[in-house]
Design a protein around this ligand. Sequence first.
Ligand SMILES: CC(C)(COP(=O)(O)OP(=O)(O)OC[C@H]1O[C@@H](n2cnc3c(N)ncnc32)[C@H](O)[C@@H]1OP(=O)(O)O)[C@@H](O)C(=O)NCCC(=O)NCCS
Length: 76
Amino acid sequence: MLDKRGQGVGTELLTRVIEALSQNPKIRNIFLDVAKDNKVAIEFYKKLGFEKAGELKNIFTKDGVLMDIETYSLLK
Ligand SMILES: CC(C)(COP(=O)(O)OP(=O)(O)OC[C@H]1O[C@@H](n2cnc3c(N)ncnc32)[C@H](O)[C@@H]1OP(=O)(O)O)[C@@H](O)C(=O)NCCC(=O)NCCS
């Protein structure tokens, strides 16, 4: 669905997920992993308040090349 990107759908969906999870007082932290080279997604998460929490190197391969991931978290 490339043609749907950049129209606010991702922001709307993830905002709703964050709001729903925020209703649960037991949930203190929402975290996610993202490929380090996925700059669009990283910017997307940062705009929703996620902050970098860590990084792991050589976790998976893309086109035969080892890739790093970054972990982002949103503390409640
Ligand atoms: C990351 C993704 C979920 C964002 O969803 P989306 O509906 O396109 O996002 P939005 O329209 O709400 O845009 C939110 C922000 O994402 C970034 N963004 C979205 N599309 C972009 C594009 N084509 N180029 C650069 N930045 C882009 C921008 O920072 C944007 O903020 P802005 O509107 O203030 O510029 C979507 O691009 C996607 O599905 N990507 C492919 C799969 C992927 O990478 N998933 C994440 C795996 S961890």
